[in-house]
Write a protein that binds this ligand. Structure first.
Ligand code: ADP
Ligand code: MG
Length: 248
């Protein structure tokens, strides 16, 4: 679903050049849940921007669903972001002036679906993330965890197959964070969504099938696939010398 082949991303040039990503090769299959960990400034967000066609690589290739993003036009990138790729950030994901259900409907309406039909789909999507009640309330009326679940419903509505989540639990406590990560895991397992989640927290990373460790823009280590049941080994078990360092 997502492939990076020897990807490099630099910002600026000459003496002000910053290498955000260096020689990254990575594949994420449909239904796979990959966590990305690493210190602040190591290039995690840049990786997600490249995957979402929000930035172009300086070298190497990024493929989404087998399509090379470099071979697509700007309108095709926009279409990809509208139909194939969902994005969830740490906070401020929702439009405060729209209700929960209106927020989730938005991508469908932007894509030309009639309001009535979009509302039916959005209501179902909210039910799937555990929010069947109060869908006509505004984001401010929900807890942080509920807001993230609404954002995830919107990010995957319309059958989008790649979900990019940049520290989606960053503003949440453990209980709400667990619910959000469990939901991401469920989307991967049961709906075949390829999920890439950036996190600082090994507790949340341990839900993933695979954990990729980044430092200074490079992949420095990767865990073997694990299963996200309660007996799953923690990241600390899998990478004892790395985990304590990258997690702060
Ligand atoms: P992370 O998400 O791991 O904290 P980022 O991907 O945001 O890291 O940033 C990686 C590096 O690239 C950092 O050194 C950051 O300052 C730099 N960087 C990110 N975006 C830009 C940009 N638009 N212009 C210049 N430098 C940037
Ligand atoms: Mg970041």
């Amino acid at each position: 679903m997502l492939q990076f082949l020897d990807v490099v991303k630099s910002y600026g040039s000459g003496s002000t050049e910053v290498r955000a990503v260096t020689d990254v090769t990575l594949s994420v299959a449909p239904g796979e849940f990959v966590a990305v960990m690493g210190p602040s400034g190591c290039g995690k967000s840049t990786l997600l921007h490249l995957a979402g066609a929000l930035e172009q690589p300086s070298a190497g290739r990024v493929l989404v669903n087998g399509k090379d993003l470099a071979e697509m036009t700007a309108p095709q990138h926009a279409e990809l972001r509208r139909n194939d790729v969902g994005y969830v950030f740490q906070a401020l994901n929702l439009i405060p002036a729209l209700t929960a259900v209106e927020n989730v409907m938005l991508p469908l309406e932007l894509d030309g679906m009639a309001t009535k039909q979009a509302r039916v789909h959005a209501t179902e999507a909210l039910a799937r993330v555990g929010l069947s009640h109060h869908v006509d309330r505004y984001p401010d009326d929900f807890s942080g965890g509920q807001r993230q679940r609404i954002a995830i419903a919107r990010a995957v509505i319309g059958d989008r197959r790649l979900l990019l989540a940049d520290e989606p639990t960053g503003a949440l406590d453990t209980v709400n964070g667990d619910q959000v990560v469990e939901l991401l895991s469920d989307l991967a397992r049961n709906r075949g969504v390829a999920v890439v989640m950036v996190t600082h927290d090994p507790r949340f990373a341990s839900w993933a099938d695979r954990v990729v460790f980044i430092r200074d823009g490079r992949i420095v280590d990767e865990t073997a696939p694990v299963f996200s049941d309660s007996d799953a080994p923690s990241v600390a078990d899998l990478a004892p010398d790395l985990a304590p360092e990258v997690v702060r």
